[in-house]
Design a protein. Structure first.
Length: 69
């Protein structure tokens, strides 16, 4: 199947029910942020782009994650 822009839509994307290619999609991308539980128990949390940017901005400030002020 082809998209309205004449690009071929991959079969995997069609199986998920999408009718447009990635370039024509209106769905926003998702990002992830790391969740550190312990030295080896790390995971990621899937979040919106806006929330990920806010978390990354907060994590760049001095003393983030410590007792420093």
């Amino acid at each position: 199947m082809t998209c309205k822009c004449t690009a071929v839509i991959p079969q995997g994307r069609l199986d998920l029910g999408y009718k447009t290619c990635i370039n024509c999609s209106t769905t926003a991308r998702y990002n992830c942020v790391p969740i550190t539980n312990h030295k080896t128990g790390n995971t990621i949390q899937i979040v919106s782009k806006e929330l990920a940017e806010a978390i990354y901005k907060a994590s760049r400030r001095k003393g983030y994650g410590t007792c420093l002020r």
